[in-house]
Ligand binder design. Structure first.
Ligand code: FAD
Length: 310
């Protein structure tokens, strides 16, 4: 792992900066590249603009490691309201949540109650329900809860991280249960016994798992195959493998983050690939934004430029 990535991810864990970083003007300007705004309406505006260009979306309100029951309740109420508003508008915009935002650190039963209510509301609105993956100590609890959700609602999916050594086994389990998988490389600082430290190994495991996801056996139980990546080389490898093995473009999807690889998003959509954009919003964006910087330390240049712009 590069020194710059490790350093930026350590800054993302700094409590003082988490609380104060979002108030620094030039940091706020720099983040606007990845976030249409802090409110649900800002997110909706971006989702509607994307929909007009034929691209559907996923929404997530930024926040994690909620420590207070009332806050977890408020987050759940916010998502319930958001799901209802999206249903009324009739746009395709799927919720994606972090379990620690629904109270997993406080009480697993609380997170379960909220997650179930949200998954049921999404299902009633005809929408899929996504669960993000956080740091490695949360993986077992996240997958356990997602398995239980799958017993209650059919349209549920979870993010799996290709950098984790355990992911091939987790993928097989999710596929066998017909749980959707959004495969990503992984955004956190993880120890080498848990995650592949070399990017080349992560990329190789990503491609290998992606091929399993598009295979006929991988899709047999109805698991939705989603690739959450901006790596256009891997994207083209997946499309080429799919074409060579007669897997139709409708059988898999690419999800990207708002503001990253915009040209690539539009090109894929023009070429009839299924593309969705994950739009994040909210005021608790500092650690999330630091993870975006860590993915591409060259982004720090944008922060420095916004220091001098008005
Ligand atoms: C839809 C979606 C959902 C996600 N959900 C989770 C989750 O639940 N848990 C989790 O751990 N991680 C999640 N991630 C983040 C993911 O783990 C990676 O950290 C992130 O996607 C960067 O990896 P990459 O696959 O794009 O490949 P990389 O090899 O990192 O990047 C490939 C290329 O994409 C471009 N790029 C990548 N990132 C950036 C950036 N920040 N700014 C500008 N250009 C960039 C660059 O051109 C780079 O060369 C999610 C990502 C996406 C797209």
């Amino acid at each position: 792992m590069s020194i710059a990535r490790t350093l930026i991810l350590k800054i993302s864990d700094n409590t003082w900066l988490r609380e104060h970083g979002t108030r620094i003007g030039f940091v706020r300007r720099a983040v606007s590249r990845f976030m249409p705004g802090e409110t649900f309406d800002d997110m909706l505006g971006a989702a509607r603009a994307l929909e007009a260009s034929g691209i559907a979306s996923v929404f997530t309100r930024l926040g994690e490691n909620v420590r207070d029951r009332a806050e977890a309740d408020a987050v759940a109420a916010h998502y319930l309201d958001g799901i209802a508003r999206i249903r009324t508008l009739g746009i395709s915009c799927e919720p994606s949540i972090k379990l620690t935002q629904l109270g997993l650190d406080i009480d697993p039963a609380l997170a379960w109650t909220h997650a179930l209510a949200l998954a049921q509301a999404a299902s009633a609105a005809g929408s899929y329900f996504w669960v993000d993956m956080e740091q490695s100590p949360y993986v077992d609890r996240t997958l356990g809860l997602v398995r239980r959700l799958r017993d209650e609602v059919p349209q549920v999916g979870v993010c799996l991280q290709a950098y984790l050594r355990r992911t091939p086994a987790d993928l097989a389990d999710m596929q066998a249960r017909g749980i959707g998988v959004r495969l990503v490389k992984g955004a956190y600082n993880e120890p080498a016994d848990v995650a592949w430290p070399q990017k080349s190994d992560v990329d190789a495991q990503y491609a290998e798992l992606a091929y399993r996801m598009i295979s006929v056996e991988g899709r047999a139980a109805g698991s939705r195959a989603v690739f959450g990546t901006h790596d256009l080389t891997i994207v083209e490898q997946i499309r080429a493998r799919a074409a060579a093995t007669d897997v139709p473009p409708a059988a898999y999807e690419f999800h990207m983050l708002y503001g990253i690889q915009r040209e690539g998003q539009l090109r894929l959509s023009r070429e009839r690939a299924i593309v969705r954009i994950l739009i994040a919003y909210g005021d608790y964006w500092f650690p999330w934004y630091m993870r975006r910087l860590a993915e591409r330390p060259a982004n720090v240049g944008f922060v420095i430029r916004s220091l001098f712009s008005r």
